[in-house]
Ligand binder design. Structure first.
Ligand code: ZN
Ligand code: ZN
Ligand code: ZN
Length: 142
């Protein structure tokens, strides 16, 4: 999804993408791992941008609403990852926090009329990526 399209989408949700906010969004889109709002805030702080933590929270909230971000609850903390609009699942490394997208959709749940109408589903896998697994085998502390 192009930045312009995202801008329009956010505008539709009353979130105007100012220059500062765009910096946060770009940093979020380019991050190679999931981030807590505080981590994302710290990431852009170095780029001489004056963005409050509240704005970071708000951006992540709106992005989640339009499904361009997915939150993960890990050990009581919420991490976010940027998501393209195409339906996918995730593999999350609990050690280095890298997120891999899985485009196979295994969730063929039986249709159950008791559920009502289902709008979407989520399936996320948690574990250790190959490089973190190797470290563990070597007995090294990451
Ligand atoms: Zn995703
Ligand atoms: Zn890892
Ligand atoms: Zn799926």
């Amino acid at each position: 999804m192009k930045l312009d399209a995202i801008k329009t989408l956010l505008n539709d949700h009353n979130f105007r993408l100012t220059q500062e906010r765009e910096t946060v969004l770009t940093a979020f889109m380019n991050a190679d791992r999931m981030l807590t709002p505080a981590q994302l805030h710290a990431l852009v702080k170095g780029q001489q941008t004056k963005v409050g933590l509240t704005t970071v929270y708000r951006l992540l909230e709106v992005l989640t609403k339009v499904r361009l971000a997915t939150p993960f609850l890990i050990d009581g903390e919420i991490f976010y990852t940027f998501c393209s609009e195409q339906h996918h699942h995730h593999f999350v490394c609990l050690n280095c926090h890298r997120v891999k997208d899985i485009y196979e959709c295994p969730a063929a749940l039986p249709a159950n009329p008791n559920f009502g109408s289902i709008e979407y589903h989520r399936l996320d896998l948690y574990g250790h990526c190959p490089s973190c697994d190797d470290h563990e085998k070597e007995g090294a502390l990451c």
